[in-house]
Write a protein that binds this ligand. Sequence first.
Ligand SMILES: Nc1ncnc2c1ncn2[C@@H]1O[C@H](COP(=O)(O)OP(=O)(O)OP(=O)(O)O)[C@@H](O)[C@H]1O
Ligand SMILES: [Mg+2]
Length: 337
Amino acid sequence: MSDSPVSHHEGGTPPEKADDATDEQTAQMEQAYAQMRRKLRMTQLAENVKHKIMILSGKGGVGKSTVSTGLALALARQGKKVGLMDIDITGPNIPKMLGITGSELRVEEGQIHPVEGPHGIKVISMAFLLEDEDAPVIWRGPVKLGAIQQFIGDVAWGDLDALIIDFPPGTSDEPLTVAQSLPAIDGVVVVTTPQDVALLDSRKSINFAKTLKLPCLGVVENMSGYTIQGSAEPKSKLTVKGPQGVNIDVESDENGDWSVTLDLFKSGGGKNAAKELEVPFLGKLPFDPGIVRGGDDGVHRIVAEPEGESAKAFETVVNNLITQLEDKEDSSELKIL
Ligand SMILES: Nc1ncnc2c1ncn2[C@@H]1O[C@H](COP(=O)(O)OP(=O)(O)OP(=O)(O)O)[C@@H](O)[C@H]1O
Ligand SMILES: [Mg+2]
């Protein structure tokens, strides 16, 4: 029985059916042939996609999918060719965040063609294969594994500068399968929150990356501070009351818009974790209610407000990430992004 959730004919020349082979033998031969082709494509993928980046976190709900989509969009805004692979098979929500739910994957000549999202990013998600978005996906382990391998080996990504891979929370089978199947992964980005406990969660993810023999490209502190915005006379100075009544001076821009980020919870958990665990710190992303709204409406914050606080924060994180990738390339003398 096939473990494939997407049925299709492989491209190329199928193996000849020997006259004396039973149907079962022929099926086995075809399956072995499909596996071989998939392996070959995975090797090609390693060459055609310059950078492969896995997004992980120690626990759920810290913003991995938000960061994955944000990084993909921020890279695309810099003119890079970007792919986004949603490996959260049981709860795929990337298409919703990008406003491309209901899109259908095209299968041509044995290859799955990704859906095009905002800024031309190429998106693959299990959500595109589900008939009913609200029905839970309960798959046996091997089927899940087969689906992930198809995602990697059977997708026509074309030439990409970067492929961002979003995962379900924790140190589950999914990142393990991807790390074992996809050659030449650059490393892992760990998403965490500002509180002290971030250290514990980040440590888990960084150790996990080590067991996968992947470098940690850095830690991102998400939901760090709360951005409030308003408008006033252009270029005017005003005072905003922050937590515990502390006065904060702000200045409106030439359009009269102002914004300020308040440390609502704690701050610096991600930075401290990065320092203590001796991995790079890629930056902070503010807590921004627009991100929640954007996630629900399908218009990502970066698309809705390209010059806003969150978009700028994503840009900083992406620039730091590119620096890490370049440093890595310098040391291994590979091609630069
Ligand atoms: N910086 C932020 N500011 C405000 N809300 C945010 C921010 N980042 C994420 N969120 C919100 O938090 C919720 C969880 O985010 P997201 O789905 O990205 O987390 P996740 O780590 O991918 O979750 P899961 O572990 O379930 O996959 C979403 O509703 C999202 O809109
Ligand atoms: Mg997620």
